[in-house]
Every structure is written in C-alpha cells, then in structure tokens.
Write a protein that binds this ligand. Structure first.
Ligand code: PMP
Length: 464
C-alpha cells in the first residue's frame, strides 16, 4: 500500500516517499537521484539525529535560526496539546484566550509598542507592514507617500512584494518583474565599506545612515512612507550595524515622517541577547515584525506589532467603510501559535536565557576571533548574542570572497564531524562566503567549543 501510512521506523520507506514526492526548500534536486536526502528524525536540546542515527550538534537552530529554546520542550508541547483540545482555531474578528495572553506578554517586553496582529510567516508579517504603509499613504496623503525603502543585503521574505523589498540579488534573480514603489538604500557593512563611493574611515555608521537621507531627498520626502530594515542583517552576511547608525536612522525617520519598520524575524525573541534586536540601540520603531523564534518552531506563528499611534490611524473616522485594516490571515486564528509563543517566552525568562545568550555570544565571538588569528582565510568576524558570522576571503588585502564551493566544503566537513553550521551572504550569486552560527540560546561553553573545534579542523583541511 502506498497510502502514506507506513511505519515511522521504516526509514527506507521514508526516504522512498521523500525521493518520490518531496520538493525540498532551497535545493537543487539532481544530487538526490544518487544520494539520500537528509532526514532529521529527532531532536533534544541542542542536538538532532538523522535517519542513520547520526548525532549532530545543531549550530543553526533548525537550519534557519529558529529553535531558540532548543528541541524536545515538553512544556510547550503540553501547553499546545491542551489548548488544541480546548479550542484549536477560530479566525476573523474573534479573539482567543492564548491570543490575549501572548499579546500581553509580548507587549510587556516591548515598551512603546501596543498592538499585535497575528499571521503565519515572516514574509506575511512584512507584507502586512507594507500594506499598512500603503493604506496610510492613501488615507492621509492621497496615495503619494507610498514608497518603501529597504536596504542592500537585507531580506524580508519570499513573496514577490517581499522580494521587491529584498536587497539580496541572489534571491531576486529570475523572479522579476517586481512591484513598484520599493527603493533600495546602501548596506552598512563596514568591512565592505571600501566598495562604497565616499565612505569615510571614521564615523562610518553616521555616514551610512546619511546615505538613506540622500535617497529620501532624491525621491522626495513626500513620496516616502516607510523604511524597513533588519536590526542585525541575517542572511545578508550577519551585519551588525556600526556605532551611530541606528540613532541617525531614527532621527531621519522622524524628520521626514517615515514609519520605521524593523524586521525582527531572525533577531526577535532573544537571539541577540535582548528580547528584540532593536533594543540594543535605544530606538523606538513604529512597526516590528517577527516569526522564527517567536515559538521556536513549535508552532507556525508570526506577528506584526505596532504602536498605538499606527493602530489609531486605522480606527479614526469609523463611519467610513474603507477606514480599517482590511486584511486577514487564515492561520492567524490558530491558537497553537500564541500558546507556544507564551511558553517559549516563559522558558527564556525562567531559565535566564537572555543573559546566557549574551555571555555565550561574547565567548563565541572571542573564540572566532582566535580562529581568525590562526586562519588567514577569515577576513572578519562579527555578531551579537548567539548570532554570529565569519566572512571568508581569498586575500585579506583585496577582501575578495573565497569561492562558494570552498565555503560549502567547510560546511560539509563540519557536517561530517557532526556539527551543522550555515553559510550565507546572498548579495550576489556564487558569493555566499560568510559562515554563520546561531546555536540555541541554551548553548553552554562545551557546545561552543565543539563548534569552534569543528570549524578549526574544517578550515585547516579545506584551506590547508
Ligand atoms: N525576514 C527575515 C530577516 C528573514 O530572515 C526571513 C526568513 N529567512 C524572513 C523575513 C521571511 O520569513 P518566512 O520564511 O517565515 O516567510
């Protein structure tokens, strides 16, 4: 019988059905004709086991910086189970008990923010932010103040509108034409500032932010409604904004009445050692989007959080039938998400995981810097909390990226040693030259040491 009801322990059937029917994310499938796809069977804490029973230390929290509190959390599973039996779902304009509870918890950690809009994915949350900017432009400015600025090397999601706001050309290639009204501003990666005309050697952060103002002035401030940025850029190569950058960005947004939309899909809920990445910089966003770490992958949930001021723009003039946010997300009504989200935050709080993230992140950054002393191929190391990167260059003077196949060889060597790491950048096809690390926030010194030892060995073998 080929009806899917095979025994879960019959791994050859799992592989057979995978080969026959699964279209894997981010994958060229040709190699799977001759090699087995990797299937992850089980997880506990920081570790996962594949179909061959091999143990891996997961240094990327589920592949894409998601499983912040680690695998096998029974308290989350139990809370979700109980809630699903009580009420799994109801959507539309109705609320729910876990929806209220989680919103209150979240807002408690986000001073100045006020309203939570539930949806399913980071892309969707960002699109909803873009829609709000557009609707405000129509309501208040005759449609004129509709442009949304985004940054080179940032990523906001996979839909066509999100790719239109996407600064990673590798991901955009072959998916155009894109949507009008999105305008790119330069990146703020100091290590690559030499590629930017006029970049100074001092006060680079303020200069990089000033480039945004120049673009606003060129476009016309009365046409720009929103600025969407990652607090620390993830897939674009783990870019920690330089000193002075964020403060100046906030000033510019206020000066030109531009809504500041911070994409916390990766940084959100503890990853950088604060609840949210923007909280390192003392700034006040108008909109914040989040997804991955919100429930650590125990349920699909994303949120768009706004200030009361933004919310009120959709409440005034209630007699006008067009004057509310005419948007819905079917699975924004699933109660598993906020239930898992609440318990996820409780775990982070009760186990002191923010402090652990800062401590272990600082330790790991030091260890990466020590690796750079031994391996000339590491041009730059950077990170915040347990969100770190090491950029590999062919030559420290030219800073030319190493060939991507060499970077993949390092990732493959680590995998063979039982440590899963990532590689990213995605600014240009074939240029993924930054090793990235995002272990769960429960990481201990021994786990970090195991990751560093694996990378050390891999770099030695691949680059000699
Ligand atoms: N924003 C950022 C910063 C991301 O890294 C991602 C996903 N990698 C997204 C948005 C999109 O999230 P999702 O895949 O949940 O749509």
């Amino acid at each position: 019988m080929m009806d899917g009801n095979f025994n879960e322990n019959d791994i050859s059937r799992v592989v057979e059905a995978d080969r026959a029917h699964i279209w894997h994310h981010l994958s060229q499938h040709k190699p799977y004709e001759t090699t087995e796809p990797r299937i992850i069977v089980e997880g506990k804490g920081m570790r996962v086991w594949d179909q061959k029973g091999k143990e891996h230390l997961d240094a990327v929290s589920g592949g894409v910086w998601t499983v912040n509190v680690g695998y096998g959390r029974e308290s989350i599973a139990n809370a979700v189970r109980d809630q699903l039996i009580k009420l799994n779902y109801f959507a539309g304009s109705a609320g729910s008990i876990p929806g209220s509870q989680f919103a209150e918890k979240l807002i408690d950690k986000m001073p100045g923010m006020s309203r939570v809009y539930y949806c399913n994915s980071g892309s969707e949350a960002n699109e909803k932010g873009f829609k709000m900017v557009r609707q405000i432009a129509h309501k208040r400015y005759g449609g004129k103040k509709h442009k949304i600025l985004y940054r080179d090397r940032d990523y906001h999601g996979t839909t066509i509108a999100c790719l239109s706001a996407g600064g990673q050309d590798e991901r955009n290639a072959q998916y155009g034409p894109f949507t009008d009204g999105f305008v790119r501003v330069p990146h703020c990666l100091e290590y690559r500032s030499f590629e930017q005309d006029g970049a100074p050697s001092e006060n680079y952060g303020v200069w990089a932010a000033d480039q945004i103002e120049k673009i606003i002035l060129a476009e016309g401030p009365d046409t720009v409604g929103g600025l969407c940025l990652e607090p620390v850029t993830a897939g674009g190569g783990v870019i920690v904004p330089p000193d002075g950058y964020w403060e100046r960005v906030q000033e510019i947004c206020r000066k030109y009445d531009i809504l500041l939309h911070i994409d916390e899909v990766v940084c959100g809920v503890g990853r950088t050692g604060t609840w949210f990445g923007y909280q390192h910089y003392g700034i006040q966003p108008d909109m914040v989007t989040m997804a991955k770490g919100v429930a650590s992958g125990y349920a699909a949930i994303a949120c768009l959080v706004t200030t009361e001021e933004v919310f009120n723009m959709f409440k005034d003039d209630a007699s006008d039938p067009m004057n509310y946010f005419r948007d819905i997300s079917t699975f924004g009504g699933c109660t598993a998400g906020p239930t898992a989200g609440l318990e996820n935050m409780n775990i982070i709080e009760n186990e002191g995981l923010l402090a652990n993230t800062t401590k272990m992140g600082d330790y790991m950054l030091d260890q990466l810097a020590a690796l750079a002393d031994r391996h000339a191929v590491i041009g730059d190391v950077r990170g915040k909390g347990l969100f770190l990167g090491a950029e590999l260059v062919a030559d420290r003077d030219s800073r030319d990226p190493v060939a991507e196949k060499m970077v993949q060889a390092v990732v493959g060597d680590c995998m063979a040693q039982g440590v899963i790491i990532g590689a990213t950048n995605r600014s240009l096809p074939g240029k993924n030259n930054t090793l990235c690390f995002s272990p769960a926030l429960i990481a201990k010194k021994d786990d970090i040491d195991q990751i560093i030892t694996a990378v050390d060995g891999a770099l030695g073998r691949v680059f000699g």
